[in-house]
Each structure stands twice: as structure tokens, then as C-alpha cells.
Design a protein around this ligand. Structure first.
Ligand SMILES: *[C@@H]1O[C@H](CO)[C@@H](O)[C@H](O)[C@H]1NC(C)=O
Ligand SMILES: *[C@@H]1O[C@H](CO)[C@@H](O)[C@H](O)[C@H]1NC(C)=O
Ligand SMILES: *[C@@H]1O[C@H](CO)[C@@H](O)[C@H](O)[C@H]1NC(C)=O
Length: 409
């Protein structure tokens, strides 16, 4: 090949590399991939997973609705004694993704559904199987691709953690046993306090962490539960240990949505009673201690959190305050607050998930206001978040009980 063509090809390749490499941060170019599709649950009586494709510019359009074969349900609001919505499940991670597999809880039928995500079109979901859960009102699920282990948190009259193994070829095993949390709850539970919030694996997938809300009015302390994973060995598959370690870091009361902070043993956790904390997890004792605590002055109930790889910061939501707050991963200090009053017809947001340069936040509305997903662009780094789209969900038949948010990359 003539040298001139080689150099044209080379510069074209270099150009496309540079064009794809943004934003500029930490003194280097970093390519941040865009999600392919977002997922959440309708959590209706006939439960379904909604999948909405993401365009190259981060925006949403169309979508599919695939039945889980199970039933959704709603918790009862302790203040009105009526079914509560938005936030029918009082949880983060009502569905989760590991590899090409998606897992969703059916809080009304006490089952877990596994689906496979189609590689060429991630909005095409195929039912793989459904298993019964030994707990009642399952509201949160975590899956470890490394251990082929999926664990569910239940928060009804039978509350606790139970797990199954999975593989893309064999599907789901039966669930093992319930590792109980003694909450004294009913089915459906009366909340939002005194319920399981979120179950999730540590970054290295060696521990299963679960946040459980206390009830300050009843002098009941919330806690972080930590179960070690028994890794896969010659004699059998990985499993979750039977016994956990619990700790109640001072100053916390209603621990809710969480995410491990990449590259260490710290976890970012919101607390519905005041804002957010950074916790440090001791690898020996498996107990959490407080690193930093931040009050969000005008908050009502800060319940969901996600960490953005584009900004190295956390974004948190509140169902009763129409804002999305960005916080530091080192000390939880407030970096910015996006006023979403004009973008979101609801009173605030529930689940949200960061993916690439964007953040997807769910606002299920109240039955008369439309359920929506609001998309934020965070490509310009910390403090830059701005709304780029409000995607209405009436056309997909999604209502106020919707819950969960995940992104397939
Ligand atoms: C709450 O618990 C603490 C510690 O057990 C106790 O000292 C305090 O009296 C209790 N308060 C109420 C209102 O029951
Ligand atoms: C958010 O924006 C609305 C509409 O512009 C305004 O009325 C409200 O005061 C703002 N809220 C805050 C906390 O700035
Ligand atoms: C839903 O919210 C809208 C706007 O805040 C309000 O006008 C309406 O009364 C609410 N509906 C219900 C059923 O709470």
C-alpha cells in the first residue's frame, strides 16, 4: 500500500479515536461508553420488565414490555395505611443485570424471574425461568457473574436473604434457605421504615451487603448486613454463608440505596432521614464505620444513589423533592443540585442509574401525573449535570408502581 494511503488511514483512525474520547478529565482522555438499553419493572399485578433503547446521544425512545410471569405488589404507607406509590417496593435494585442475564423480583407472588438479554437487540428479553422464594415480599436482588449466584432480599412477614445459582444454559436453581431479618413485618410490609432497602455485592463480589432501615420513631436501629460468599470449589458451586455480621454506624438511621465506591473498601450510602454517608467496611470484622456524613438541607427522604464513572461522584434522589443532588465520593459533600421542577411532572425521583456520560432517573408519578424517565448529561464532569430529555411512559402503559433502574452497557 502506498505510504500516503497508510498515513491517511492512520489519521482517520486517530481522528475517530479522538472524536469518541471524551470528556477530558483528570488530565487524560477517557472513552466513556454509552448504554444500550435501560430496564425497570412495572411492578403491576401482572408484572413486567420495561426495556427502552438508548441512542448514541444518550436519549431514549420506544421500548418493549415483557411479562415476568409473576405478580407485583405495593407496600403500605405507615402514614396513610394505603398502598404506597411512588416507591411501592421501598427498595433499590428491584431488578439487576449480570452479563446477558436479567433478574427481577415479583413481590406479589414471592418469586424471582430470570430473563436473557438479546445481544443484537437488548430490548428483546426472553424468559429463562422463575423460582419460588422462601421469603415474602421480595423487593431487591443482587447477582454475581463471578460466582453465578443471585441473592434476593425479602421484607414481608418472612424477611431475609435467600440465594440461587444460575447459568445462562441451565437457568436458575431452586432457592436455598431464608437467612432471617427479624423485622416483625407484615405482608405486604408497612413502611417505609423497618424494611429491607437494598442487597448488593461488594466490588470484588466476595461479600453480599444489605441495607436495612431502622425506625427512629420506634427506637429501632437500622443496620448494614454483610454475608461472605463461599467461593466455588472442586466440590460444588459458590454459595452464601449462613451467618452475617451486622453493624449500625453511628449517626445513621434509615440506610437505603448504596453503591460500592470503585477501588477500595468504602461504600456510598444514602440515609432517608438526613442525606448520605460514606462508610468504610473493615475486611476483618466486616463491620462498617462512618467516614463522612452529609445532611441535605431541604431533603425529605433521600433514598436512591448511583455513582457516575464520568464524574467520579454520586447522584442521589428524593421522591418528595424535585431535585437530583451530586455528592463527593470522598466526604459526601454536596457538589451540585439540579432543580428538576420543570423537567419532572412528579414530586421527585426514585431509582436512578448512571451509565457512561448519562444518568437515567425514574419518576413514577402519582397515577394522575405521567410516569417519566429524566435523562441527565454529565459529560462535562462534576457540577455539569443538565437535563437533556424527559421520556414519558404513558405509551408503554407504565404507572405509579414502577420501580428499579438498570442499564445494559
Ligand atoms: C431507646 O433506646 C435507648 C438505648 O436502648 C434507650 O436508652 C432509650 O431510653 C430508648 N428510648 C425510647 C423512647 O424508648
Ligand atoms: C426550582 O425551580 C422552580 C421553577 O423555576 C422554582 O420555583 C424553585 O424555587 C426552584 N427550587 C430551588 C430549590 O431552587
Ligand atoms: C398528583 O399530583 C398532581 C400534581 O402535583 C396533583 O395535582 C394531583 O392531585 C395528584 N393526584 C393524586 C391522585 O394524588
Amino acid at each position: 500500500m502506498p505510504a500516503i494511503f497508510k498515513s491517511i488511514l492512520l489519521s482517520a483512525a486517530l481522528w475517530s479515536l479522538l472524536a469518541a474520547a471524551q470528556p477530558y478529565r483528570h488530565g487524560g482522555w477517557k472513552k466513556v461508553p454509552v448504554g444500550k438499553a435501560i430496564y425497570f419493572l412495572t411492578n403491576d399485578a401482572v408484572n413486567a420488565v420495561v426495556a427502552v433503547p438508548v441512542a448514541a446521544d444518550g436519549t431514549l425512545s420506544y421500548g418493549t414490555v415483557t411479562g415476568t410471569g409473576g405478580a407485583g405488589s405495593s407496600s403500605i404507607s405507615g402514614s396513610t395505611m394505603m398502598p404506597s406509590a411512588p416507591d411501592a417496593l421501598l427498595s433499590q435494585n428491584a431488578l439487576t443485570i449480570a452479563g446477558q442475564n436479567l433478574f427481577a423480583v415479583n413481590s406479589g407472588s414471592n418469586t424471582l424471574t430470570m430473563m436473557s438479554i438479546c445481544e443484537s437487540d437488548p430490548t428483546v428479553l426472553t424468559l429463562v425461568g422463575t423460582v419460588s422464594i422462601p421469603g415474602e415480599f421480595p423487593n431487591t436482588v443482587a447477582a454475581s457473574a463471578k460466582n453465578n449466584l443471585v441473592c434476593v432480599g425479602s421484607t414481608g412477614a418472612k424477611a431475609g436473604i435467600s440465594c440461587a445459582t444460575f447459568s445462562s444454559t441451565a437457568g436458575l436453581s431452586e432457592m436455598d434457605f431464608l437467612r432471617p431479618f427479624d423485622l416483625g413485618q407484615s405482608t405486604p410490609p408497612i413502611g417505609p421504615t423497618n424494611t429491607v432497602s437494598q442487597t448488593f455485592f461488594s466490588e470484588d463480589e466476595s461479600l453480599l451487603l444489605t441495607t436495612v432501615k431502622g425506625d427512629p420513631t420506634a427506637n429501632k436501629t437500622g443496620f448494614l448486613s454483610v454475608f461472605p460468599v463461599n467461593p466455588r470449589c472442586g466440590c460444588g458451586p459458590a454459595s452464601l454463608s449462613a451467618k452475617d455480621t451486622r453493624s449500625s454506624p453511628p449517626g445513621t438511621a434509615v440506610l437505603f440505596g448504596s453503591e460500592p465506591i470503585p477501588g477500595g473498601s468504602t461504600v456510598f450510602v444514602v440515609d432517608a432521614s438526613f442525606g448520605a454517608v460514606v462508610l468504610s467496611l473493615d475486611e476483618e470484622t466486616r463491620k462498617a464505620s462512618l467516614v463522612a456524613k452529609q445532611v441535605i438541607g431541604d431533603q425529605q427522604a433521600t433514598c436512591w444513589a448511583t455513582i457516575s464513572p464520568a464524574t467520579d461522584s454520586a447522584f442521589v434522589t428524593d421522591p418528595l423533592v424535585n431535585h437530583i443532588v451530586e455528592m463527593s465520593l470522598s466526604d459526601a459533600k454536596i457538589i451540585s443540585a439540579v432543580n428538576t421542577t420543570t423537567a419532572n411532572a412528579g414530586t421527585g425521583f426514585i431509582d436512578l442509574k448512571a451509565a457512561g456520560n448519562f444518568i437515567y432517573a425514574l419518576s413514577p408519578g402519582n397515577g394522575s401525573t405521567e410516569a417519566e424517565v429524566v435523562v441527565l448529561d454529565v459529560s462535562r464532569g462534576q457540577g455539569s449535570a443538565k437535563v437533556i430529555q424527559t421520556f414519558g411512559l404513558n405509551a408503554l402503559g407504565v404507572g405509579k408502581t414502577a420501580q428499579g433502574m438498570q442499564v445494559f452497557m
